[in-house]
Design a protein around this ligand. Structure first.
Ligand SMILES: [Cu+2]
Length: 151
């Protein structure tokens, strides 16, 4: 009986994993080109095992990992042509994400999973080479934000 109750308790305990949403948006009415193509939000903090739901990866928008901006062993993110796709982030560190079409207009985002120290320095170096000039300041700012979480 006790074992049965224990099993029941385990089954009934809700999984604590969280899901955050990142939307891809296009605002052709914006006067500022940096605001025309965006991930909103462009920065999220989650814990290992949590998920991000990428929404609006349609039309010309995509969500792709930026080369060198993901923890070792993590699977690169490659989403296109999907209105809603969930990604589970298991490995701690920072994940740079770009829209392949609009990253040159500043369309980049950063997902921080747990302690960013796993790869934040490598990611910063990679960003200098792999992120477009227009998105550079934004991405370095997002990395600065993540740096505050280093334990
Ligand atoms: Cu885009």
């Amino acid at each position: 009986m006790r074992v049965f109750l224990l099993i029941l308790t385990i089954i009934a305990t809700p999984v604590l994993a969280e899901t955050k949403i990142i939307k891809q948006v296009m605002d052709m009415n914006s006067e500022n080109i940096d605001k025309m193509y965006q991930f909103i939000p462009d920065y999220v903090e989650i814990e290992p095992g949590d998920k991000v739901l990428f929404q609006g990866t349609v039309g010309s928008h995509t969500a792709h990992s930026i080369q060198g901006m993901l923890p070792e062993g993590a699977k690169p993110i490659m989403i296109s042509g999907s209105n809603a796709q969930e990604v589970t982030f298991d490995k701690p560190g920072v994940y740079g994400i770009k829209c392949k079409v609009h990253h040159r207009h500043g369309m980049v985002a950063l997902v921080v999973v747990g302690d960013p120290s796993a790869n934040i320095e490598e990611a910063r170096d990679a960003a200098k080479k792999r992120v477009s000039r227009r998105a550079q300041k934004k991405m370095q700012g997002l990395l600065d934000q993540a740096e505050n979480l280093v334990q």
